[in-house]
Design a protein around this ligand. Structure first.
Ligand code: BES
Ligand code: MN
Ligand code: MN
Length: 462
């Protein structure tokens, strides 16, 4: 039996199994779900075992475990390392979901007329890494596995992969591979397959602005004592100028400027600005002057407030001059910015611009390096050939704005090419309410992964 017919025969079960995984609320950020995160690791372990992997192991870390498994069919064959994450983002705010986030349902949408799976983690990343386990199962069952394969599925990606570096450094030999496959990004569209060759890095900060030693009556003191919320807003507003250029001294120093030809090539990717605005229901886009939307996302750094709080936000009105105000601020970075350096520049600048009427605390949460991967490696060529086969169209390379900090570490420490082989769409609502993943994307992904193995082994001449 061929992989394609095995897939056809088993697709309902492949969907049901993914549903079971999606029912586990493995939210790594929230201690309330600790047991569920561990349950998801066990689920991954069991599915690897059932699919035919050997040496399947739950590797404990100081945080959540990393699930490892492998199938070495012949030491002379090329080896593929698969990376993914079984943890998910918090589902809040729950009230904005049309169906409960951990009760997956199939629904048709305009973009997914064949149906999409709605659940937290459907696209990021459960639906995507699970395709690899199912492709592996199909290749095993049809005696069609042309490469060795290793799986490393972690549970802390959404909180910064704090313990993965250590694991990778300690297991370099075990993780040795000729190529690394990661399905945790998206494509331009079903009619426009693409392969991601760039990801932004990140520096995530939290700030606290403190005024008086206690909350004050806003009549008795208002106008005479600094209001930390007002001050924080002013400080944040000053972090970008009228051209949306970031004002932190030294921020752009290491930013790689692309050559005109490279920029032109990036801008040749299919992109319809009015469709983009329409899907987001916005009248106009917004961003750094002198760059297109594709460039603003792919090759330019940015700074965004992710959350801001302080003072009274309950029912009705309370006249209060709060003692403290807070904000979470993230910066997306591009080559060759270093997140530790950027975090320091931010801290120095943020403290320097604070008026004497307040005190400021700055803390760095986590960060990660940006990454650019080759679009000419053997792995890339195999991915290109696989997509061309299943989509009937040659994929184009793109740069995405999201971050997978571990990619740069893989490049540095494992020395093999990571291939960002994502099958989602930018409309999948990652990290948002109503996250979903197309059934067609899931199934074509499984088929394309199997095709990748075939092309990769041929290109490697084994
Ligand atoms: N899968 C995403 C990254 C992503 C999304 C890349 C879309 C390209 C397109 C990943 O799970 C993620 O959310 N990463 C975080 C970074 C992390 C340090 C919390 C991100 O990008 O915010
Ligand atoms: Mn992800
Ligand atoms: Mn994510």
């Amino acid at each position: 039996m061929s992989v394609a017919s095995y897939l056809e025969k088993n697709k309902d079960r492949f969907l049901q199994e993914l549903f079971d995984l999606l029912r586990i609320p493995s939210v790594s950020a929230d201690p309330k779900f600790k047991g569920d995160v561990v349950a998801a690791a066990n689920f991954v372990k069991n599915s690897l075992e059932k699919a035919g992997a050997d040496r399947v192991e739950i590797c404990d870390t100081p945080g959540f475990p990393i699930v490892y498994g492998e199938k070495i069919i012949n030491p002379n064959f090329p080896t593929v390392l698969v990376y993914g994450h079984y943890d998910v983002q918090p589902a809040d705010p729950y009230e904005l979901w049309d169906s409960p986030p951990f009760e997956p349902v199939l629904k048709k949408t305009a973009i997914h007329p064949e149906g999409a799976i709605f659940a937290r983690g459907a696209a990021d990343d459960k639906g995507q890494f699970y395709m690899h386990i199912k492709a592996f199962e199909a290749m095993m069952a049809t005696s069609d596995l042309p490469c060795n394969v290793k799986f490393m599925i972690e549970g802390e990606e959404e909180i910064g992969s704090d313990n993965l570096d250590q694991f990778v450094l300690a297991n370099k030999e075990r993780l040795k591979a000729d190529v690394i496959l990661i399905s945790d990004t998206h494509m331009i569209g079903m009619d426009n397959p693409s392969i991601t060759v760039g990801l932004r890095g990140m520096a995530y900060m939290e700030v606290e602005v403190c005024g008086a030693n206690r909350d004050l009556h806003s009549g008795t003191y208002g106008g005479a004592v600094a209001n930390p919320i007002n001050v924080l807003c002013k400080m944040i507003a000053s972090l970008k100028d009228e051209n949306e250029h970031i004002t932190i001294p030294g921020f752009y120093e290491k930013v790689q400027e692309l050559r005109a030809a490279q920029r032109q090539r990036l801008n040749e990717a299919p992109f319809d600005l009015s469709e983009y605005k329409g899907k987001l229901d916005i009248q106009e886009v917004h961003g750094e002057k002198g760059y297109s939307t594709i460039e603003r996302i792919g090759i330019r750094p940015t700074l965004d407030v992710n959350g801001i709080w302080g003072g009274y936000t309950g029912e009705g009105a309370k006249t209060v001059l709060p003692s403290k105000a807070f904000a979470k601020i993230s910066m997306r970075l591009v080559p060759d910015q270093d997140w530790h350096e950027i975090a320091t520049l931010f801290e120095t600048h943020f403290k320097a611009i604070a008026p004497a009427s307040v005190t400021v605390k700055v803390k760095a949460h986590h960060g990660g390096a940006p990454a650019v991967v080759s679009d000419s490696s053997l792995g890339y060529q195999a991915a290109e050939a696989a997509m061309e086969e299943t989509f009937g169209k040659r994929p184009i390379p793109t740069r995405e704005g999201g971050s997978i900090p571990i990619v740069a570490l893989f490049q540095k420490e494992l020395g093999s090419d990571p291939i960002l082989f994502g099958f989602g769409l930018d409309t999948d609502a990652l990290h948002s309410p109503n996250e979903h993943y197309g059934v067609k994307n899931y199934l074509i992904g499984i088929e394309t992964i199997a095709a990748f193995f075939r092309h990769f082994s041929t290109l490697q001449g084994k």
